[in-house]
Design a protein around this ligand. Structure first.
Ligand SMILES: C[S@@+](CC[C@H](N)C(=O)[O-])C[C@H]1O[C@@H](n2cnc3c(N)ncnc32)[C@H](O)[C@@H]1O
Length: 313
């Protein structure tokens, strides 16, 4: 096991390709290729010093310029997960995020679910009319209403409460009964007997990345990792079209998936490359940093095809 890597990597090699350029054109090379696009695009009017900043009123139209590329690179049962947050403009929440999702739905995307990424460690601060911001959206969109999904892959231990509760099963617990406040909701508690794992909720609690990674908007590797396990199959392709520091590449490799990372800022491509090499180079020789002006067709072909190789120790 590579001592430098903190990730628990197993016996197989997968590939991660980093391409520097505009994802609107690069993804067109990957028609019908990916199980999942999981990404965090630039937020409106954010990080002006670091990369393109789009005004909130223009955001939804700007995002639609990526629709063709996203749609064509996903396979029929593929999913698109967008981590994003709206912003305060003139004292109120601007709804450019909702406008963006509405426009995507009009273009044929199905809104499968809205996840909340809860951040237990948000930035401190004071605002006169609101509180600290402790969450962001992760929208799950898909090309069909029945995308690839493996709920068992993200199942969590059922927890101690169940044993205590099941030791005291009452008459009402073995049938579905109305709740005491007559809300219309009921549950059959006896169905929990023998269960060791349950599905998690769609609220994902994951701390913000604390240390400076050299990119202003790094999300925790656990976030793409959760969606990769849930919405893609082993050895299939994951794409991050706004790859930044390459967090999705790490999440893909530790979960035995191939990955395409695209960023239009060469500095971030270099950063992602450095990060991946640091984590995986001793075991994996798969990180390619290519400039799209070079001939990269063979690398593209290799990435699109399932790629398995035994670890060389
Ligand atoms: C919010 S950051 C992503 C950060 C990433 N999730 C991470 O963990 O490091 C968005 C990235 O999108 C890139 N970007 C903006 N427009 C792009 C485009 N048209 N094609 C490719 N990348 C783009 C920016 O350079 C920036 O690094």
């Amino acid at each position: 096991m590579d001592k430098k890597s903190k990730y628990n990597i197993d016996n197989y090699l997968n590939k991660c390709l980093i391409l520097c350029g505009d994802s609107r054109s690069i993804l067109m090379e990957f028609e019908d290729s990916a199980d999942l696009i999981v990404t965090s695009p630039p937020y409106a009017d954010a990080r002006k010093k670091h990369y393109d900043s789009i005004p909130p009123d223009k955001y939804a139209d700007w995002f639609m310029t990526f629709h063709d590329a996203f749609w064509s690179s996903l396979n029929e049962k593929g999913s698109l997960v967008i981590n994003i947050k709206d912003k305060i403009v003139g004292g109120t929440r601007h709804r450019f995020v909702w406008e963006t999702i509405d426009k995507l739905i009009n273009l044929g995307w199905h809104c499968i679910d809205d996840y909340i990424w809860h951040k237990p460690n948000p930035m401190p601060g004071y605002w006169p009319t609101r509180l600290r911001d402790g969450w962001e959206y992760c929208f799950h969109l898909a090309k069909t209403t029945s995308p690839h999904i493996d709920q068992k892959a993200v199942a969590v231990p059922v927890g101690d409460w169940v044993n205590k509760r099941l030791n005291k099963l009452g008459e009402n617990d073995s049938s579905r009964h109305n709740s005491s406040n007559e809300s219309g909701f009921g549950r059959n508690i006896s169905k929990w007997v023998g269960k060791e794992k349950v599905l998690p909720t769609n609220v994902l609690s994951m701390p913000l990345v604390g240390k400076n990674m050299g990119h202003p908007a790094v999300f925790p590797v656990e976030l793409p990792s959760f969606f990769i396990k849930l919405l893609s199959r082993e050895n299939k392709l994951i794409i991050d079209p706004f790859a930044g520091s390459g967090s999705t590449g790490i999440a893909s490799l530790i979960n035995n998936r191939n990955c395409l990372l695209v960023d239009n800022n060469p500095e971030y491509c270099k950063l992602a490359n450095k990060r991946l090499v640091k984590e995986f180079s001793d075991l994996y020789n798969e990180v390619s940093y290519l400039n799209p002006t070079e001939d990269y067709q063979s690398a593209v072909k290799e990435l699109k095809e399932p790629y398995l190789k035994k670890k060389v120790l």
